[in-house]
Design a protein around this ligand. Structure first.
Ligand code: PEP
Length: 261
């Protein structure tokens, strides 16, 4: 079976200016060093506001911290009269490894559809940036028991038209909307049910081999106290972490989850 390197990706959302960002990245690097974290065992990434990107890039590259970085959104356009937007080529110039697309907050507050998320993912892939594509059901869907069908519909939409070599560079994040920022984490079994179904659907859409190498993250109130059980699930390859990623020591402990068990 393909070896998938776990990934803990911190989504800072609209928190921390570029000066505060310096402090958090330094503390995170020191905390990882204190824990003697081996980056080969779990990758660390920070997904920061646009205004922090250049500072975070220069700091991490300068200090050679074992941390990667990325943005939280990208335009579907490459260049031109699109006031307020930031393009994939601009993010690529800042050596972004990742960009989040289709986060539930963007779907909710900016009306983003699966079609738009798909176009954003294609932009990122076209410029060498791995999109972390978010999917996940709202509470009403979970309560009706339709979460798997709903999420697989989103997966079909966000991956539509991708070539296998593009799909191989995608990361999918299953983020049940009712668990984001609420403190109400999905049970490990809930996370596994949907992440496993996503992997099976990717196998149908592309190939079993591609599906086995694709990283699928869980997101929604993940923290150091619940990460070990989540990571014990066979189809959970890491986490997209909001609130807990703003606390350096807590986030570092999540990255080093193998030592918590
Ligand atoms: C998120 O923003 O993607 C997220 C999962 O947030 P939290 O960890 O705070 O629930």
């Amino acid at each position: 079976m393909a070896q998938r390197q776990p990934l803990m990706a911190g989504n800072w959302k609209m928190n921390l200016d570029h000066i505060e960002a310096t402090g958090l990245v330094q503390k995170l690097a020191w905390s990882l060093a204190d824990l003697r974290h081996d980056p080969a065992r779990c990758e660390t990434a920070v997904l920061v506001p646009f205004t922090d990107l250049r500072t975070v890039q220069l700091l991490i590259e300068g200090e050679r911290y074992p941390i990667r970085w990325g943005a939280q959104d990208v335009s579907v356009h490459q260049v031109g009269a699109y006031t307020g937007e930031v393009s994939a080529p601009m993010l690529a110039k800042l050596n972004c490894a990742y960009v989040v697309v289709g986060h539930s907050e963007r779907r909710e507050y900016h009306g983003e559809t699966d079609q738009l998320v798909n176009a954003k993912a294609k932009q990122a892939l076209g410029h060498g940036i791995q999109p972390i594509i978010c999917v996940g059901e709202k509470l009403a869907v979970r309560q009706s028991g339709d979460q798997v069908a709903f999420v697989l519909g989103q997966v079909d939409g966000v991956l539509a038209g991708l070539q296998p070599d593009e799909a191989a560079n995608v990361i999918l994040a299953y983020e049940p909307v009712w668990a984001i920022g609420t403190g109400q984490v999905a049970t490990p079994a809930d996370a596994q049910e949907v992440c496993g179904a996503i992997r099976s659907r990717v196998a149908e859409l592309f190939s079993a081999q591609l599906a086995q190498s694709l990283r699928i993250l869980y997101g929604g109130s993940a923290k150091a106290s619940n990460i070990v059980d989540l990571m014990a699930q066979p189809d959970v390859d890491g986490a997209l972490v909001g609130g807990a990623s703003l606390q350096a020591e807590e986030f570092a402990r999540m990255v080093a989850f193998q030592t918590l068990a």
